[in-house]
Design a protein around this ligand. Structure first.
Ligand code: IPM
Ligand code: MG
Length: 362
């Protein structure tokens, strides 16, 4: 098995650099536990990329990504860049990485840690034991469809428009991912669309059904996105794998994250044929940046996913989850998951606590 790796690290903006620093501590701990040699190549993207080169995704950063075995990203964006041209906004870096690297499959697991059941805004019986996975299509749909833009119509009125479009191969490959991962879980896929209104997602449903003929062992159901949004807070444990489009997946994964107590807890993996990128699902939270308030756990858990999917090592992912569970079990909480009777810790301390737990695991 390969034991030397290169990782591209893009800390990004806001709390990105803080949470990535803690994730790197965890990565290094696992590196020495497993006797690996991991080279880290850091580069600016997002607002940081724009400040350094005038481009949110500098060519050199994209090259760093392409040379790496895996990419770890913090978060991008901030008020400083909200007024610049759309094509130069920090978010373009993320979208550019996803499309240039062909990262079409976004896996966003929402699992509740037993110690955090009471941090959820929902009742214990609704969320206890929750373990679902959102499989979000990431390089197509309305995020990338053409035509797009803002112009003036025949009546002289300004108008904005985007295009929701999916080709058959795009739907087939993401369905395949969902069915394949479901096989390693509870063998249930719920495909989420708006087939009653949008032709593009009616087509989505048709293609998912066709693909399902190769997966008779998987139970497939369909749900409209509005109903899914409701079911996620009514009875989220009915779901195993949720398969959905780019925009619906964006929205539903934020919703799913809150079931687990905080958006600061959810990792993600974005996979393509050749490349893979790991990042927390939360944003750059500029309001709390630099205040030791950010929760590094989503990024730390993303490192676990990196070992699992890119380095073909399942164990570190389990170790990281166990370490996080023990730290939470000790009552240690960052501000976002703080509750009465618990002990609040800062970003760096949370990272150190996870490392200390990892070091105890043989
Ligand atoms: C996410 C984020 C991004 C998205 C933004 C920052 C472009 O919300 O990864 O969920 O919409 O995909
Ligand atoms: Mg989002």
């Amino acid at each position: 098995m390969k034991s030397e790796f290169e990782i591209a690290v893009f800390p990004g903006d806001g709390i990105g650099p803080e949470v990535v620093a803690e994730a790197i501590k965890v990565l290094k701990t696992i590196e020495s536990k497993l006797n690996l040699k991991i080279t880290i190549n850091e580069a600016p993207v997002g607002g940081a990329g724009y400040e350094a080169t005038g481009q949110p995704l500098p060519d050199a950063s994209l090259d760093t990504a392409k040379k790496a075995d895996a990419i770890l990203l913090g978060a991008v964006g901030g008020p400083k860049w909200e007024t610049i041209d759309f094509s130069l906004r920090p978010e373009r870096a993320l979208l550019g990485l996803r499309s240039s690297l062909g990262l079409y499959a976004n896996l966003r697991p929402a699992r509740i840690f037993p110690a955090l059941v009471d941090a959820s805004t929902l009742k214990r019986e609704v969320v206890e034991g929750l373990d679902l996975l959102v499989v979000r299509e990431l390089t197509g749909g309305i995020y990338f469809g053409e035509p797009r833009g803002i112009d003036t119509n025949e009546k002289g009125e300004r108008q904005g428009f985007n295009t929701l479009i999916y080709s058959e191969p795009e739907i087939e490959r993401i369905s395949k991912i969902a069915f394949d991962v479901a096989r390693k879980r509870n063998s249930k896929v719920c495909s989420v669309d708006k087939a009653n209104v949008l032709e593009a997602t009616g087509f989505w449903r048709e293609v998912v059904i066709n693909m399902h003929s190769q997966y008779s062992d998987i139970e497939l159901s369909h749900m409209y996105v509005d109903n899914c949004a409701m079911q996620l807070v009514r009875n989220p444990k009915q779901f195993d794998v949720i398969l959905t489009t780019n925009m619906f997946g964006d929205i539903l994964s934020d919703e799913a994250s809150m079931l687990t107590g905080s958006i600061g807890m959810l990792p993600s993996a974005s996979l393509g044929e050749k490349y893979a990128m790991y990042e927390p699902i939360h944003g750059s939270a500029p309001d709390i940046a630099g205040k030791e308030l950010a929760n590094p756990l989503a990024t730390i858990l993303s490192v676990g996913m990196l070992f699992k999917y890119s380095f073909d090592r399942e164990e570190p992912n389990r170790w990281v989850e166990e370490a996080v569970e023990s730290v939470l079990g000790q009552g240690k909480r960052t501000a976002d998951i703080m509750s009465e009777g618990m002990m609040q810790v800062g970003t760096q301390e949370m990272g150190d606590l996870v490392v200390a737990e990892l070091e105890k695991i043989n």
